[in-house]
Design a protein around this ligand. Structure first.
Ligand code: FPP
Length: 267
């Protein structure tokens, strides 16, 4: 009993410290200089679970908690676009059981979260080769897209069966077919035209890319769109990633000088 009480107060202490740090970080964030678009590679679910002697599937389930928290904070802060890498074109190489868990979690996530997403004005926009996903996943995605289509708050791009190279291939195919049927001339091909044929057409490129879990690579994510994005890496595994980490990333982001290949004001 005594040990339980000690554990309770220790947990309370940790929570209070985290809350105090969050408030401190919030004070340092300039609300007028927030990134318009944040992209996140939700990585580390498997390692998080294995370190605890649990199955990788358990790690993905824990990853959903982080997903909820991060969508909430981004929506509360007034971020316009949040792109989340949930399932890559390469993830089909994983054991069928893990793939099934991820697809089932996707269905469960949308059914459980749809009301809150609507209340917060979140618009769901899947990106990737969605037509190749299992029927149950497509049905849940369709439902979420339909229910949230009129929402005006945060746009949540959920990258599913997504690959940056596939995305470019799909854009090239669409452009080539317009050239072939005469509705487009070669001189009209520009950076903007290519952007307009990506899954993220009409959206600004990400200002900030966050990758938790310690790996320092972009793993075929948003290859075209990340040209001038600021990167922020963290060793925290995705299931442990919470609002405090987003706030840390934002404070760091706001201290950077983005030059887009130009010079800073003083030089
Ligand atoms: C990468 O971690 C994560 C994924 C492949 C899936 C991300 C999924 C979630 C956060 C939860 C499911 C959410 C939806 C909406 C389907 P990893 O498995 O590669 O981890 P590791 O690098 O430690 O092995």
């Amino acid at each position: 009993m005594f040990n339980q009480i000690v554990r309770f107060w220790r947990r309370k202490d940790t929570e209070n410290c985290a809350e105090a740090e969050e408030n401190e970080l919030l004070k340092r964030i300039d609300k007028n200089k927030l990134p318009c678009h944040i992209a996140i590679i939700m990585d580390g679910n498997g390692r998080w679970a294995l370190r605890r002697g649990l199955t990788r599937s358990y790690g993905h389930r824990a990853g959903i908690e982080a997903l909820r928290d991060i969508v909430r904070i981004c929506s509360d802060l007034g971020i316009s676009f949040l792109t989340l890498y949930a399932f890559s074109t390469e993830n089909w190489k994983r054991p069928q059981e893990e793939i099934d868990t991820l697809m089932n979690l996707l269905v469960e996530y949308f059914h459980k979260e749809i009301d809150e997403l609507c209340e917060n004005g979140v618009r769901v926009h899947p990106i990737g080769r969605i037509s190749e996903l299992p029927a149950s996943a497509r049905k849940a995605i369709d439902m979420a897209v339909q229910r949230t289509r009129e929402n005006k708050g945060l746009t949540m791009n959920l990258a599913l069966n997504y690959g940056g190279r596939h995305e470019i291939v799909d854009a090239v195919r669409a452009i080539a077919s317009k050239l072939a049927n005469g509705s487009l001339r070669i001189e009209q091909i520009s950076e903007k035209l290519i952007s307009d044929h990506l899954y993220t057409a009409g959206q600004p490129d990400p200002d900030l890319l966050i990758r938790p879990s310690g790996d320092l690579r972009i793993s075929n994510f948003l290859l075209w769109q990340l040209a001038y994005t600021e990167f922020w890496f963290s060793s925290v595994m995705w299931p442990d990633f919470r609002r405090i980490h987003i706030l840390q990333a934002l404070v760091d982001y706001q201290q950077r000088e983005r030059r887009f290949g130009g010079l800073n004001k003083k030089t």
